[in-house]
Design a protein around this ligand. Structure first.
Ligand SMILES: [Zn+2]
Length: 162
């Protein structure tokens, strides 16, 4: 399912398990945030087609963290530069990275305009990511959430929605 968040921002959402994917069109560049699970490959391709985007025309792939349900279709985007919390300096200048360890050590959030892409750090309805998986740390996620509360955003775009 495709939801339009803004004229240049779309949310791709799947019925089976896997992260929500976001497509941002910026200065003729197609940017994708996360790629969901392999099980959602066909639906992801279909949604991109509906939005007139070819996988090879995704030029930047931003990964909020390295969990299988967020990175399952990375291989479809052969021309994309991959940006993780390790190389946030490669983000387009309109994007601001916020390091938010806790759910995993490599979790980070991205602020674009008034939208916060929060991966699995925070969800709607005050939800937050689990910390009982490898690399999870309860105290760290609490610190990260505190950090996010100071960020001025209007729209939350998390890695999973109901
Ligand atoms: Zn995760």
């Amino acid at each position: 399912m495709i939801n339009q968040i803004k004229p240049n921002v779309h949310q791709l959402h799947f019925n089976t398990f896997g992260s929500t994917v976001y497509l941002i069109n910026l200065d003729d560049k197609n940017i994708l945030i996360d790629t969901s699970t392999k099980e959602n490959e066909q639906e992801l391709l279909k949604d991109l087609k509906k939005l007139n985007v070819q996988p090879e025309n995704i030029s930047i792939l931003i990964l909020t963290h390295n969990h299988y349900d967020h990175v399952g279709n990375n291989n479809l985007f052969k021309n994309a530069k991959i940006i993780t919390n390790k190389n946030p300096q490669d983000l387009p200048k309109e994007f601001k990275p916020i390091q938010t360890p806790g759910h995993t050590q490599d979790s980070f959030c991205i602020l674009y305009d008034d939208i916060l892409f929060s991966g699995d750090t925070i969800f709607h309805h005050n939800g937050r990511g689990r910390t009982d998986l490898s690399g999870g740390n309860e105290q760290q996620i609490l610190n990260s959430i505190r950090k996010l509360k100071k960020i001025n955003y209007k729209i939350l775009c998390p890695g999973h929605i109901d």
